[in-house]
Design a protein around this ligand. Structure first.
Ligand SMILES: [Zn+2]
Length: 296
C-alpha cells in the first residue's frame, strides 16, 4: 500500500478500485483526442496510448498520535445505485485492506467526508442483518453543515445515498455537522473548496515543517490544473468550480505542499508547478502503485 509521511503524520492510501475511464465520462472536454495532445503533461495519470484517464477510488487514512482518521469512504459494498452501474452492488475487499492498514472498524476515531457524493460516503455504512449500520462504530463522522443542508433536500439520482450511507450515522448519534474550516487537531484542518458541491472542503495536513493537502473532488484529474475550465460533469456550480481550481493552483504552485488527489490514479500525488499561464502536477519520484488496478 502507498504511504506518505508528513512530519509526524502517516498517510496510507487504501484503494477500492482503479480503472482506465474515457476521460469524457467524467470531464466532457477530456476526450481522447484532446488528451493525447497533452501527452507529456499526463504523466502516469492516463493511458497515453489511447487517451483514457486513470481514475481511482480510494480513502486516505491518516494516523497521528492516537487518532486514526479516514478521509472519504469510497462507494461501499452492496449499495443499489441506479444510473451509476460502476458503483452499484459492489463486492470488494476494501475493508479487508483497511484492516490490514490498521483502519479496521474499531480502530477509526474519525471519518471526514470532503463532500456527500455517492463515491465519498459509501463505506460510512455496511449492511449487517439487512440493516445499514455505521462501519466505524467508535468514530465521529464529520459532515459539512453546508453540504448536508444541500443534499438532505436535493433529489437523489444515484439511489438512496442519504438513507443508506448518511442517515444511519446520524441515527446512531455518531455524526457531527462541522464548518468547512474546522480544525481537528494541531496537524489537521479543513479548508473550504466549494464549487464541485456547495459545502465541499479539502483536508490540510501540516507537521514538522511539511505540508500536504487532500483535494477531494475540486478536480478529478491533474489535467484540470492545466485546463481549470474543463469542468467535471458532476460539478454542481461549474463557474465556481473553475474559479476554485484556479485559486487552488495559484496558491499551491511552486510550493512544498504535496497535493494528494482523491481520484488521481497511479501515484495519486505530486507538486503543482507553473507552466506558462497554467499548471501541471509533477509526480516525478513517486511510486506508481497498482493495487486493484484494472486496465479494462
Ligand atoms: Zn468523487
Amino acid at each position: 500500500m502507498q504511504t506518505w509521511n508528513i512530519g509526524e503524520v502517516k498517510i496510507t492510501k487504501v484503494v477500492e478500485m482503479e480503472q482506465m475511464w474515457p476521460g469524457s465520462a467524467v470531464i466532457p472536454d477530456a476526450n481522447s483526442a484532446a488528451l493525447l495532445e497533452h501527452d507529456w503533461i499526463l504523466g502516469p495519470f492516463a493511458d497515453r496510448e489511447n487517451g483514457r484517464i486513470r481514475l481511482s477510488f480510494h480513502a486516505f487514512c491518516i494516523e497521528i498520535g492516537d487518532e486514526k482518521i479516514v478521509v472519504d469512504t469510497c462507494a461501499g459494498n452492496d449499495k443499489t445505485r441506479p444510473n451509476f452501474a460502476a458503483l452499484g452492488n459492489l463486492d470488494t475487499d476494501f475493508m479487508h485492506k483497511m484492516t490490514e492498514a490498521g483502519f479496521g472498524p474499531d480502530d477509526v476515531t474519525a471519518v471526514i467526508c470532503t463532500h456527500l457524493h455517492v463515491d465519498h460516503v459509501g463505506w460510512n455504512t455496511q449492511l449487517r442483518n439487512g440493516v445499514w449500520q455505521p462501519t466505524f462504530p467508535k468514530a465521529r463522522y464529520l459532515f459539512g453543515e453546508t453540504e448536508w443542508a444541500h443534499w438532505r433536500v436535493e433529489p437523489q439520482i444515484y439511489g438512496d445515498v442519504v438513507g443508506d450511507s448518511i442517515q444511519p450515522c446520524i441515527d446512531a448519534g455518531l455524526a457531527e455537522l462541522v464548518q468547512s474550516d474546522m480544525q481537528l487537531n494541531d496537524a489537521i484542518w479543513l479548508e473550504p473548496t466549494p464549487g464541485h458541491t456547495p459545502g465541499h472542503h479539502s483536508v490540510c495536513i501540516s507537521s514538522g515543517g511539511q505540508d500536504a493537502i487532500i483535494t477531494g473532488d475540486l478536480c478529478h484529474h491533474p489535467i484540470q490544473f492545466e485546463f481549470p475550465h474543463w469542468s467535471s460533469e458532476p460539478d454542481v456550480d461549474k463557474p465556481a468550480a473553475i474559479s476554485m481550481r484556479r485559486r487552488f493552483a495559484e496558491r499551491y504552485c511552486d510550493d512544498h505542499t504535496l497535493i494528494l488527489g482523491t481520484h488521481f490514479g497511479g501515484p495519486s500525488c505530486g507538486y503543482l508547478r507553473s507552466v506558462g499561464n497554467s499548471w501541471w502536477l509533477d509526480s516525478t519520484g513517486f511510486a506508481d502503485i497498482n493495487d486493484n488496478f484494472s486496465n479494462g
